[in-house]
Write a protein that binds this ligand. Structure first.
Ligand SMILES: [Zn+2]
Length: 291
């Protein structure tokens, strides 16, 4: 648990470790270039011997301004994901128990915000009940970006259930059916101090949430604008899963520059162990200071 002014931030893990071969997450890049940063990256973020990157899949639970907000909902349970075995038909993950341990029941969540609609960010939007997908958080508004939704609605129209691991069909459409989706623009304020900010590139409408902590500074829940601390050292390394890698890299670089200038706290969706990091700029580039 992290306090940020009077906001409370908990990390609710769904899957950790999630190991990806470097060739998959950073195609064409040489992870061994960063062997000199071994002390910071290894063993938790990079396995140099296996040439792999290690991630966590988690939500951030945020309590502020009298609201309970859940940012990104990971992979979920019982979802058919045959193309990725460690996401496929998961059972007894303990995710909701960890939410309960942080003091929150599903019905307590006021707002669910998905930074984007990839299968590892929408899974707990729904759960299986009597053979049907129903919203996991019955009283929540599910906030999704207009550009992001428009992209996936086009994909769904072209190939119903046959894209993005089927996640739009089983983890987004049921929340539309229950009338809980709120389609928002950049700048939308979830609470007086928490606003949607554009971070395009990883997906067509990828967005983050910026928390104004007043004299405590600002924090940005930046989703998959940054996957790993590796990318603080190598801002140009977009992932193999990025929709527009050049745009994702420009977004990442601008975010890192701003983080270094303004001492922002960055809270990515897949950084292990720490909640996130601050960014220090030096002669050789950026470095993360884990928080
Ligand atoms: Zn992701």
């Amino acid at each position: 648990m992290l306090t940020f002014g009077d906001a409370r931030i908990d990390k609710i893990v769904d899957l950790d470790p999630f190991v990806l071969p470097a060739s998959l997450i950073f195609p064409g890049r040489r992870l061994k270039e960063l062997a000199g940063e071994d002390a910071l990256l290894s063993p938790h973020h990079v396995d140099f011997a296996a040439d792999a990157v290690i991630l966590s899949l988690h939500s951030f639970l945020l309590r502020l301004d009298g609201k309970t907000v859940l940012v990104d909902t990971c992979v979920g349970e019982c979802k058919p994901r045959p193309r990725r075995t460690d996401w496929h038909d998961r059972r007894a993950t303990g995710y909701l128990d960890r939410l309960a341990a942080a003091g929150v029941r599903p019905e307590d969540v006021d707002v669910v915000m998905c930074t984007h609609l990839h299968a590892d960010h929408v899974g707990w939007n729904t759960r299986l009940q009597d053979g049907r997908w129903v919203p996991t958080f019955p009283n929540a508004r599910y906030v999704m970006g207009r550009d992001e939704l428009a992209h996936w609605e086009r994909e769904e129209a072209a190939n119903p259930g046959g894209h993005n691991h089927g996640a739009f069909a089983d983890s987004v459409l049921p929340v539309f059916a229950s009338g809980q989706v709120e389609r928002v623009e950049d700048g939308f304020a979830l609470t007086p101090r928490l606003s949607v900010v554009p971070l395009r590139g990883h997906s067509p409408g990828h967005a983050g949430l910026e928390l104004d902590g007043g004299r405590h500074g600002r924090a940005v829940f930046c989703g998959d604008a940054i996957h790993s601390p590796v990318q603080v050292f190598r801002p140009d390394w977009s992932s193999g899963f990025c929709h527009d890698p050049d745009r994702a890299a420009a977004t990442r670089r601008a975010l890192l520059e701003r983080a270094a200038d303004e001492d922002l706290l960055l809270l990515p969706a897949h950084t292990r162990l720490a909640h996130g990091f601050r960014v220090r700029a030096g002669a050789t580039g950026f470095r993360p200071a884990m928080v």
